[in-house]
Write a protein that binds this ligand. Structure first.
Ligand code: ADQ
Length: 464
């Protein structure tokens, strides 16, 4: 079995509390099985970059990390990754900042990762690079003479060509993807946009999964990420989850709860969600006091201004809606800026009659799948899901809505509240089949199966 080398911005060390996310658990398992290494940023800042590699091993997972300088973090992480690529790839060119320093820092840090990883890699190793922080890394490893199988997975959307061309040096960045053997996306839509760009902007050709530019042919595939469905369903039955369920139910006093759980990010459509909910309250006074929205949104990327702005906007919007509709014994929005461990989160999902997931754009969205997995099969809640989340391609039995329309959101809430038990069960079963069938192990296999089958000498796929 080939050794797997995972390279991503941050490494996730297994914790005894079991609070690692599904992706980290799946990658850790693959690394453990193949005796591989996870390479990335330690999250620490150093005054002077020395290239020193910190090695560790937790529960059979080896990690190799480097510290970065403050300028690296500013230009690479907060800069090019989160002020340039993140907004652009989520269709928000109005928020994207283009600065040469960012691009320079991004390339410098990618080079640092390439310098760190290259000496650790042996000829038979299979390398899996993750996400928008690391697009040019594969090219940099090739420049060092590596002939390994190298794959790249993008966890966020691939934007339409018309938006992507607003990025200075866009074709230079995209051309580095052709150093990989397999490039993966969550959905056919993102894959389609990638192919369109390659054909229109690079004069490339597409033949099924094979995409060619010049003399390089790579495979571009859609592998939708999943969750560890079985474990999440079990988490919802755990003692911690049941305690949380009891606590939340007692606090509801027979009211119905709608739940939202998101990192505090403008792509998640939180402002639109609050406005849609406010629209429901305006349109349906008969439901006042009978329901509430619990929005859990731990702050993220607080050093980036657009994140400070969305936080301030939501603070004031929640305050305004609560001010307008609250009574002495009822508050329509519970707005919570903290994270919860997985078991407790599962209990919160289960306590909610409605899961409200309304991103304006999302590569996949795992919260939608977690909400489904946490439900009580005998009395499941209803998922209201943005049609612009990658997850909407699989969860077709959710109530799919346009998150930009407060009216559609209001109508969907009304419909969900009134939905009979047999319809809820039928929809939930269909969604759960998808969540269980295409879970996190399926995803890992979907991508690594392709990558392992590549024959580097011919750059074609070996027959099964
Ligand atoms: P994210 O943008 O972070 O991921 P998402 O897929 O929803 O979005 O995953 C968020 C994870 O964080 C979920 O597992 C959720 O449970 C957890 N989480 C969020 N708020 C939490 C809270 N308050 N407490 C505890 N846990 C919380 C990116 C892409 C997505 C893609 C994933 C995986 O933007 O589109 O689905 O990567 O590829």
């Amino acid at each position: 079995m080939s050794r797997l080398i995972v390279i991503s911005n941050r490494v996730s060390r297994p914790s005894k509390s079991g609070n690692q996310g599904g992706l980290a658990v799946a990658l850790s398992q693959a690394l453990r099985e193949s005796r591989g290494i996870w390479v990335g940023w330690s999250g620490e800042v150093t005054d002077n970059f020395t290239g020193h590699i910190g090695f560790a091993e937790d529960e059979g997972v080896k990690t190799a990390t480097i510290d970065l300088e403050e300028q690296d973090v500013d230009e690479y992480y907060n800069g090019y990754a989160n002020k340039t690529l993140w907004p652009l790839f989520h269709f928000r060119i109005d928020l994207a900042e283009y600065a040469r320093d960012f691009e320079g820092g991004y390339n410098r840090v990618n080079k640092r990762f390439a310098d760190t990883a290259a000496p650790l890699i042996e000829p038979e190793d299979v390398i899996w690079v993750h996400d928008y922080h690391m697009i040019p890394l594969g090219q940099m490893l090739r420049d060092k003479g590596l002939n390994n199988r190298i794959g790249f997975f993008l966890h966020i959307p691939w934007p339409p060509t018309r938006l992507l061309v607003s990025l200075p040096h866009h074709s230079k960045l995209v051309s580095t993807l052709f150093a990989y053997d397999v490039v993966g996306f969550h959905t056919e839509e993102w894959l389609e946009s990638f192919r369109h760009y390659v054909e229109r902007e690079m004069g490339g050709t597409v033949d099924g999964d094979f995409v060619t530019v010049g003399d390089r042919t790579i495979q571009a595939v859609a592998c939708p990420i999943g969750i560890n469905a079985k474990e999440f369903a079990e988490a919802a039955e755990s003692e911690q989850a049941q305690d949380m369920l009891t606590l939340v139910r007692a606090s509801l006093q027979d009211r119905s709860m709608i739940v939202g759980v998101d990192r505090l990010d403008y792509s998640k459509g939180l402002e639109e969600r609050f406005n849609g909910y406010a629209r429901f309250l305006k349109d349906h006074p008969e439901h006042h006091r009978k329901l509430l929205l619990t929005q859990i949104a731990p702050p993220s990327r607080g050093e980036v201004e657009s994140y400070q702005q969305i936080r301030a906007t939501l603070d004031s919007l929640a305050g305004r809606i609560n001010g307008e509709y609250s009574d002495v014994d009822w508050t329509p929005i519970r707005y919570v800026n903290q994270g919860y461990p997985r078991d407790k989160l599962a209990g919160i999902y289960r306590a909610a009659k409605i899961g409200l997931v309304t991103p304006l754009r999302d590569g996949m969205n795992l919260v939608a799948k977690e909400y489904v997995a946490a439900q009580d099969p005998e009395d499941p809640g209803v998922l209201i899901l943005s049609r612009f989340a990658g997850a909407a391609m699989q969860l077709k039995d959710a109530l799919l809505i346009n998150p930009y329309s407060p009216e559609e959101m209001s109508d969907a809430i009304l419909r969900a509240l009134a939905m009979p038990l047999d319809e809820r069960k039928r929809r939930w079963r269909a969604m759960m089949d998808s969540v269980e069938g295409q879970d996190i192990s399926w995803w890992r296999q979907c991508f690594t199966g392709r990558l392992m089958a590549v024959d580097r000498d011919t750059a074609r796929v070996e027959p099964e």
